[in-house]
Design a protein around this ligand. Structure first.
Ligand SMILES: Nc1ncnc2c1ncn2[C@@H]1O[C@H](COP(=O)(O)OP(=O)(O)OP(=O)(O)O)[C@@H](O)[C@H]1O
Ligand SMILES: [Mg+2]
Length: 270
């Protein structure tokens, strides 16, 4: 986890930084087509991040691409930015899909942006692989969806996808404060200081309950967290309060863990 946290902090520094960088050796590209953000990341053989570009993309809703052309355009732009920064030509990428949804949707977006899909993996399971989790779960709460993947004895035995995420947190703030979605989104991201927890705590409690319903069938203890919703200060304390028997593990920058995992994913030989 320590190495991964270093990578995540590095991504925070280089995100959307166009400054050219010389690279040698091989690299791989991952594209995370999220409901809130589309992120393209390039990593080297050691999984070290070389470039990361991200666009806010209200194009995928609850796991389904609603503005298909918009998503394709964003991917094309992100590809161009990474190519220019690293002086490379990107021909293929790893991409992902929410568990239980049709992988073809993401595949079409990436292909229509002019790339070959190298391999695909569902989002939370990519994190299981990145963190080498033998026994434990990944919970990825992004903008529109909550993804779950559970490993026992080094094998993924269960995945799930729920239509809840940061969007619902923002909508709750917008309703409570009588402001627009955009204003509420800004306010949420500045939550360090504005005492919003009382407003959004019931949403987090509901999320914890959803997770509990999935996990209680298994003897899981360690739960690794991913997704931008975990950037909200204090959210993990709410989860701990609701489900104290679980060991909640928050990475240094949860917003970038899933995109890093997708970019680092190597399909194992059968
Ligand atoms: N600093 C922050 N504080 C609180 N929430 C944040 C912060 N930064 C980002 N978010 C929230 O994280 C969510 C986006 O996270 P992420 O990029 O993981 O989602 P996504 O992958 O696009 O969506 P999904 O996985 O549901 O398809 C948004 O709801 C955004 O408001
Ligand atoms: Mg996501």
């Amino acid at each position: 986890m320590q190495k991964i946290n270093e990578h995540l902090k590095k991504i925070e520094q280089i995100i959307n930084d166009p400054q050219p960088r010389r690279i040698d050796g091989s690299w791989q590209v991952g594209i995370d087509l999220g409901t809130a953000d589309i992120v393209l990341m390039v990593v080297d053989e050691q999984g070290e991040p070389l470039a990361a570009f991200m666009e806010w993309a209200e194009v995928v809703r609850d796991g389904v691409v609603v503005d298909y052309i918009g998503a394709v355009d964003i991917v094309k732009r992100l590809v161009q930015q990474a190519e220019a920064k690293l002086n490379i030509e990107i021909k293929e990428a790893v991409t992902s899909f929410p568990p239980g949804t049709e992988p073809r949707i993401s595949q079409n977006v990436v292909e229509n942006a002019g790339l070959k899909v190298k391999t695909m993996i569902d989002e939370p399971s990519s994190v299981v692989h990145l963190l080498n989790i033998d026994h434990g779960a990944v919970v990825d709460i992004g903008g529109g969806t909550t993804g779950l993947s559970l490993a026992e004895n080094g094998k993924i035995i269960y995945t799930a996808d729920e239509p809840t995420g940061g969007r619902h947190v923002t909508l709750t703030i917008a309703g409570n404060q009588r402001i627009s979605f955009e204003e509420a989104e800004k306010m949420k991201r500045a939550a360090q200081t504005n005492g919003l927890m009382a407003v959004v705590e019931p949403v987090f409690q509901k999320m914890a309950e959803i997770i509990k319903n999935h996990l209680e069938k298994f003897s899981v203890k360690d739960v690794y967290l991913s997704g931008g919703t975990f950037c909200f200060p204090g959210i993990v304390d709410v989860f701990k309060q609701e489900l104290p028997h679980l060991n909640w593990i928050l990475p240094a920058q949860p917003l970038f863990l899933t995109p890093l995992a997708i970019a680092s994913y190597q399909k194992k030989r059968a």
